[in-house]
Design a protein around this ligand. Structure first.
Ligand code: GUN
Ligand code: ZN
Length: 448
C-alpha cells in the first residue's frame, strides 16, 4: 500500500487571516441555542473577521481550505476572573480559608511580582491560557506599575485578548512602605496612567480594568475614586464580593453604614454593566435582586470556591433572578487554568447542590456550561457583538479541539454534539486543544 493511503496527513493550521476552515463546528448562538455543523465551513477575511459559517456542502467554489476534520472548532473561551501573578502558586494551600490563604500564599508572591518577574511569568501564562483554550482573560495583576506594563507588553506581543488591572489596596496590603493616604493617591494615579497607556490598544484587544482588590483592602475613598475613574475613562471595574464568611464579617465591621456587602460597592458607585464581581457565593435576596437590576456581572469560580472552602454558589437561584454570570478560573484560588476544568467542577458542584437540597431546578447541561465560558463571558465584557460565538461578522477568536484526545484514552467516535461536549468537559485532556486564534491570528501555546 502506498504511504499516502496508510498514513493520515498531518493537520495544518493557518497562522494568519484570511483563511477557510473545514471542520466540525460547535458554537452557542447570540440569539440563544447553539449550532453544530458535522462538516462545516468557516471563512475568515484578511481583517480576522468571520465572513461565513455553514455546512461545507452548501459553500461551493472557495479557494484553498484548511481541512481540520475530524477536529472540532469552538469559540475561544473567556476567563472572567484570574490572577496573573498567582499562577506559579496554583495548587498551594488547599482548604486554607481565604484571609489566611491571602496572607500566607498570595501576598508574599505578589509582593515579589516585579517587572522582571512579570516579564518571565506573563508570556508563559498567556501560552498556558491558549493551550487551555482561553483566548480572552480578565486578569488582576499585582500592585507595581512597571509589572503591569510588562504584563500588557507581553499580551500585546502574544496576541491574547487581555483585560488587566493593577491591584489597588490602601489597607490590608503587602506594600508596607507607604502611609495609607500616600497609597491611595499613588494607586489612583498609577491606575489612571496605566489605563491611559493601555485601554483599547490594538483596536480594543487590550483593555483596562480598575481593580480594587476587595472591600477588606480598600477604604471607601479608594472604592469610590476607582469607580469614578473607571466610568470617566470607559474602562471596567472589577473586585471580589462575598466569597468567604470571615471576609463578609470583616466587611460588616469595616463598613457599619452599609446594608450588606454589595451595598459597600453600590454606595461607592461601583455597580453597572462595566463591573465584574468575582465569587458572590453568599448573597441575600436583596443583593441578588440589586445585582440583576444594576446590570453588573458575576464571575463564577467554582473550582476556587471548593479549593479554599469558600462555599457553593447557588447558581440556579441567581440565573433565575436574571443575574449575568460568566466563568472564571480564579487561579491561584482555583488550581486549574483550564475553563474546561471550571465547567467540570461547576457541573459537579451544582449537581451535588441539587441532590443535597432537593432543588427542583434542572441542572445546567454541557451547552449551558460552554455558553457561560464563552458567550456569557464575552457579554460580561460588553464584547458580545465581537466574540463569544462563531457567527458571521464577529472576530475570529477560535479554538480547535482534537475530540479523540481525551482522557482516559480510547474515546468513542461520537456524532451527537451534546455527547462530544460532555466528553470534552468531563474527560478533558491537557493537550486536547490543538490551536487557538484571536482575530484569526494563531496564538503560541497549543501544540498544533
Ligand atoms: N479576595 C481578595 N483577594 C483575593 C484573591 O487574590 N483571590 C481570591 N480567591 N479571593 C480574593
Ligand atoms: Zn480572585
Amino acid at each position: 500500500m502506498p504511504a499516502s493511503e496508510s498514513m493520515p496527513l498531518p493537520i495544518l493550521l493557518p497562522d494568519q487571516p484570511p483563511f477557510n476552515l473545514r471542520a466540525r463546528i460547535l458554537t452557542p448562538l447570540a440569539a440563544g441555542g447553539h449550532r453544530f455543523e458535522a462538516d462545516g465551513l468557516l471563512t475568515v477575511d484578511a481583517a480576522g473577521r468571520i465572513t461565513s459559517v455553514g455546512s461545507f456542502a452548501d459553500t461551493p467554489g472557495l479557494g484553498p481550505v484548511f481541512d481540520l476534520r475530524p477536529w472540532l472548532v469552538l469559540p475561544g473561551l473567556v476567563d472572567l476572573h484570574v490572577h496573573l501573578p498567582q499562577v506559579p502558586h496554583a495548587g498551594l494551600g488547599f482548604g486554607t480559608p481565604l484571609l489566611d490563604w491571602l496572607r500566607r500564599y498570595v501576598f508574599p508572591l505578589e509582593h515579589d511580582f516585579t517587572e522582571a518577574v512579570a516579564e518571565v511569568v506573563a508570556p508563559a501564562v498567556y501560552r498556558g491560557f491558549a493551550a487551555a483554550g482561553t483566548t480572552t482573560a480578565l486578569m488582576y495583576g499585582a500592585v507595581y506599575e512597571p509589572s503591569l506594563d510588562a504584563a500588557f507588553r507581553a499580551a500585546e506581543a502574544h496576541g491574547i485578548r487581555a483585560v488587566i488591572g493593577k491591584v489597588m489596596m490602601d489597607r490590608l496590603t503587602y506594600d508596607e512602605t507607604l502611609r495609607p493616604s500616600e497609597v491611595l493617591d499613588l494607586s489612583l494615579r498609577q491606575s489612571a496612567d496605566l489605563c491611559d497607556r493601555w485601554h483599547m490598544r490594538d483596536n480594543g484587544r487590550l483593555r483596562y480594568a480598575f481593580t480594587p482588590r476587595f472591600a477588606v483592602s480598600c477604604s471607601p475613598e479608594m472604592l469610590r475614586e476607582s469607580a469614578a475613574l473607571a466610568k470617566a475613562k470607559g474602562a471596567y471595574w472589577q473586585t471580589h464580593l462575598a466569597e468567604d464568611r470571615a471576609e463578609i464579617a470583616e466587611v460588616a465591621r469595616l463598613f457599619p453604614g452599609a446594608r450588606d456587602y454589595l451595598d459597600v460597592y453600590d454606595q461607592a458607585g461601583g455597580l453597572g454593566p462595566r463591573t465584574i464581581l468575582a465569587h458572590a457565593i453568599h448573597l441575600s435576596d436583596r443583593e441578588v435582586a440589586r445585582l440583576a437590576e444594576s446590570g453588573s456581572h458575576l464571575a463564577h469560580c467554582p473550582a476556587s470556591n471548593l479549593f479554599l472552602s469558600s462555599g457553593i454558589m447557588p447558581l440556579g437561584r441567581y440565573l433565575e433572578a436574571g443575574v449575568s454570570v460568566g466563568l472564571g478560573s480564579d487561579v491561584a484560588g482555583g488550581p486549574d487554568l483550564s475553563l474546561f476544568g471550571a465547567m467540570r467542577v461547576g457541573g459537579y458542584v451544582q449537581n451535588a447542590l441539587k441532590v443535597a437540597t432537593g432543588d427542583p431546578r434542572p441542572i445546567l447541561d454541557p451547552f449551558a456550561w460552554l455558553r457561560m465560558a464563552s458567550f456569557d463571558g464575552a457579554r460580561s465584557l460588553g464584547l458580545e457583538d465581537e466574540i463569544g460565538s462563531i457567527e458571521a461578522g464577529k472576530e475570529a477568536d477560535l479554538i480547535v479541539v482534537d475530540t479523540a484526545r481525551t482522557a482516559p484514552p480510547a474515546a468513542p467516535a461520537l456524532d451527537d454534539p451534546a455527547e462530544i461536549l460532555s466528553t470534552l468537559i468531563f474527560r478533558s485532556h491537557p493537550d486536547m486543544v490543538r490551536g487557538a486564534w484571536v482575530r484569526g491570528r494563531r496564538l503560541d501555546g497549543p501544540p498544533g
